[in-house]
Each structure stands twice: as structure tokens, then as C-alpha cells.
Design a protein. Sequence first.
Length: 231
Amino acid sequence: MDLSIQVGGLRLKNPIIAASGCFGYGVEYASIVDLESLGGVAVKGLFLKDRQGHPPPRIVETPAGMINAIGLQGIGVHRFVAEKMPELRRLRATVIVNICGSTIDEYCEVARVLSDTEGIAAIELNISCPNIKAGGIQFGCSLTGTHDVVSAIRKVTRLPIIPKLTPNVTDVASFARAAEDAGADAVSLVNTFLAMAIDVETRRPKLSNVLGGLSGPAIRPIAVRMVYECR
Ligand SMILES: Cc1cc2nc3c(=O)[nH]c(=O)nc-3n(C[C@H](O)[C@H](O)[C@H](O)COP(=O)(O)O)c2cc1C
């Protein structure tokens, strides 16, 4: 049966994409899942350099999901290209690289490195990163931030660009529109919902970072509503 789909400029053999941060760099799962059988593998978010992320505890279970504050731990784009891409190519995975940045220049540099790498199918743009030049507000929480980062990356790569929208805004469809106007091929919905858990015994936050992102069954109907609004 032909389950293939077209996502902007990207043809996938089926619509199943492993979500970024939930599937490592793909290679860790190769003994469990035939990576070639997936529509795509969105790898863990990558900055230009490696990052330690937040100290533990950084995951909390909730009644219908989990809250994480990993803090975008990662090996950086250069090590990813050198150490993970050869194996991902050998396994014939459709690789979608989730990219991060603290500045627009950093996003562009990561995109440039990936454009020069064989075997990358698309860039998923994690715009839920704090913009250090704008006082730390996430790129994806401002319409101009969203537009500016997407249009800058559009100028440096021919790879399909899929900005991943944050749900932590009032009108998500206007962010999809800003991304489209800036040259995005498609949008990805949704990143995690800003959340917090408190230990009632200690009266302290459960996560070292205090705030984290809620994912799982709890958010699914809200995410579906947001997909509908964007569509
Ligand atoms: C532990 C963890 C790490 C994540 N890391 C990333 C990441 O690096 N980049 C990104 O764009 N999204 C990241 N996400 C968000 C997921 O890709 C996904 O958008 C979110 O979990 C909501 O989907 P779900 O409820 O189906 O899990 C992460 C989620 C989790 C749970």
C-alpha cells in the first residue's frame, strides 16, 4: 500500500515521524526499529556546539504525560555530522535534523553545515529557543522573531525548512502564517506546553529548572486543535 505523503518540498514514504528528543539520534533505536521503514526520524535538537543541558532532576511524570526540562543537551552539529550521519546513511533513514540557536547567526551556521552534508532530508527548526539578543524571549513566541529566523535560514539553505511551532502563544495560526510568509515549506506542531510540578511534601519545585515542558496524552487534544487552526 502506498502511504507516501508530500510535506512541502519533502516526499516521505509514510507519515510516521519520530519526534525530536524522543528518539535520540535515531541510531540508538536501530536494533529495535528498522529506521528505513519510518517516514522520518527527527533527531534531538542540535546547536553549533555541544551542551550539557540542565542538572537533574529534569523529568517528572504527570497523570497523563510528563514534564521535561532537559535543557537541550546535545553533541553539537559537527559531531552529529561526523559520528551519527554515516550510520544514519547506512541505515537509509530519512533524517530530519532539529536545529537550535541562541542567535539567528547560530541557527544559520548550523543550517549551513547541514546543507553541506549528504543525506539530510530536511531541517526542523526548533524556534522554542531563547533569543539572547532579545532579552531571552523565545524566537517562536514573537511573530517577528519567527519571521526573522525562518527568512534568515531560507537564505542559506535549499533544504526543506519545517519550523516547529510552540503552543505557548495566544494565536498559533498567526505564527504558522509568519513562518509561511518567511519561506517555510511546512510547519511542525507542537512543541511542549510550559508547565510546572511541585512536591507537596517538600513544597519545592520538582524540576531543577523549576519550569519544564508538558508532553504526552494530556496535550494531544490541544495539539489537534492547533493543527486544525493552522490548517
Ligand atoms: C525528553 C524530551 C526531549 C525533547 N527534545 C526536543 C528537542 O530537542 N527539540 C524539539 O523541537 N522538541 C523536543 N521535544 C518535544 C517533542 O518533539 C514533542 O514535540 C513533544 O514531546 C510533544 O509531543 P508528544 O506529546 O507526542 O510527546 C522533546 C520532548 C521530550 C519529551
